[in-house]
Design a protein around this ligand. Structure first.
Ligand SMILES: [Fe+2]
Ligand SMILES: [Fe+2]
Length: 156
């Protein structure tokens, strides 16, 4: 079954973040020292994406999978691990040794791959199948509204 619009939005964000991560890794491996701009937008994008899921998706999963909170808590723990790795990356950017930044980015890439795959292969299809038409519409609306608000705050 093709993904529904709300999940398509999240999957599209995964695509953008994966591409950003690849670019940051390439730059860091070349050692040209210009990775900081790429890392900055990657960090902001990933934090925003997780915040959107924390607010709009995970509470919905907890409601739909009552008794299976453990499964959702694994994903929440992965968000915590990702945030910690982003903090490490910020510290690594100040390191004169470029290898530290590269290794931290590689660690982030491993966590991101694992987490996105779990969401795309397991969480999104399972959640989507349990959602009513109304759930799907309100999920998409929430994600789009959140995006519009963010653009407005970004402009101010
Ligand atoms: Fe996530
Ligand atoms: Fe995600």
């Amino acid at each position: 079954m093709p993904s529904r619009p709300g999940f398509q939005l999240l999957e599209a964000e995964h695509g953008v973040l994966r591409a950003g991560l690849r670019r940051a890794l390439e730059t860091a491996r070349q050692g040209s020292g210009r990775a900081s701009g790429t890392i900055g937008s990657l960090t902001t994008g990933l934090r925003r994406h997780m915040r959107r899921e924390d607010r709009a998706l995970y509470p919905l999963c907890e409601r739909l999978f009552s008794g299976w909170e453990g499964a959702v808590s694994v994903l929440k723990e992965e968000h915590d691990a990702l945030r910690k790795q982003l903090d490490r990356l910020r510290t690594a950017q100040r390191e004169p040794d470029r290898a530290v930044q590269r290794e931290t980015l590689e660690g982030l890439a491993r966590l991101v791959d694992l987490h996105f795959a779990r969401e795309e292969r397991v969480l999104f299809p399972l959640t989507s199948a349990r959602m009513s038409e109304r759930d799907h519409r309100s999920f998409e609306r929430t994600l789009r509204a959140d995006r519009r608000n963010r653009r407005r705050t970004d402009r101010t």
